[in-house]
Design a protein. Structure first.
Lengths: 236, 236
């Protein structure tokens, strides 16, 4: 049964899906839906995902949106996925769900607010909003502190003290990796002090090599593009 | 094995858990953590839930926060829960996850922003913020329109066209019920035009009677209290 992934490699949750499929030998067709070209707002794409967001999947005639739900579905529907990504044990599974729920209202929300209002808004013809950017950074920083002090406090190198990564590690690390498009000084200010988080990013990268780097390879280009947009905006 | 629910009946996700347990014959001890008295910020409660939010549970020596994760855990760990609440079928389950993920960034976020900035802020000694309230109402209204046009478009009376409620119906309906604490004219403006949503609330209530009314019985009192706080604030 054919699996299509509707994704933009510049979108954090899209990258998590791409890396997950590759790392688990799940075959798929990658269908690019470029946010910068507003392809997610086309009537054709609304047939795939009425919410007009990436990522989404079509598996046979089954359509699904929301990246966490998709990761859980893929881990459940494809028999080759290693147990550690989404354990069957009801307690381990519950803890992974809890991290993913927390992610929605904390790391993801802060990160989105920060990146949109410090750069991405310009790509959509919108002005930057320093107050909203500061609010986003505050929540992003608090979320990184929580990951450092709470979710990574166990014995193992991954979230919840696990010895191998789960879908939650991949979802959260891909979100944090978006800081690669920020200015170096901003990235260092926000991320530099969280040593455990930095090590965990490396561990997650190593656990999914070479796919992690492959699907993050566009970020330096996006960073340069955003620098140009910001330079133009500051002249106006 | 003893189950403790740490809840505030004035919190939407807390009510969803309480109703779910009662409707499924799950025995529990209700431990009140009153948000209005800042009991969620005590050092003792941080031992139960370091995120300092309600609801949370302790089941034996297993601790869990995040209401969606808790609902899934209870539906999975207690054998008496009827299949329709959280179906084993991987496709049906994925669709329920997708609605719950969507809820985080849409209905829940809009509803929280609206209620906090039109009244609840006063209970925490904070001023009301009309701009944030308007943004909250906009997202809340858009979310209700999406539920009406998309999630309730199937043949059955419940979300995703189901003939019986799932944990997603309970989570979303309990969130919308918070409009009972708003002024009548505000509630009617926001909710009145969504006829399918209104019928679905009734259907969910009927499917969980008498517990639905039992755990919503404090809302009229909260509404009067908020009216008083708003009257005092407008005099200052």
């Amino acid at each position: 049964m054919e699996l299509k992934l509707y994704v933009d490699r510049l979108s954090q949750p899209s990258r998590a899906l791409l890396i997950f499929c590759k790392a688990n030998g799940i075959e798929f067709e990658e269908v690019s839906i470029l946010l910068g070209k507003l392809q997610h707002r086309s009537p054709e794409y609304a047939e795939i995902n009425p919410m007009k967001q990436v990522p989404a999947i079509v598996h046979g005639d089954f359509k699904l949106s929301e990246s966490h739900s998709i990761l859980i579905y893929l881990a459940s529907a494809f028999p080759g996925v290693a147990e550690h990504w989404y354990p069957a044990d009801v307690h381990k599974r519950a803890k992974i769900h809890s991290v993913l729920d927390w992610h929605h209202s904390n790391l993801r929300r802060g990160s989105l607010g920060y990146h949109f209002n410090t750069g991405i808004a310009l790509a959509f013809g919108r002005p930057l909003d320093p107050k909203a950017a500061a609010e986003g950074e505050k929540l992003l920083s608090a979320s990184l502190a929580t990951i450092e002090s709470l979710w990574l406090e166990g014995d193992g190198p991954f979230l919840l003290g696990n010895s191998q990564p789960s879908i939650a590690d991949l979802a959260l690390v891909c979100e944090i990796m978006q800081l690669e498009v920020a200015d170096e000084k901003d990235r260092d200010r926000i991320l530099g002090k969280h040593k455990k988080v930095l090590k965990w990013i490396e561990d997650t990268k190593n656990a999914t090599t070479p796919y992690f780097d492959e699907f993050h390879s566009l970020l330096p280009l996006a960073k340069e593009k955003l620098k140009e947009l910001k330079a133009q905006a500051s002249k106006q």
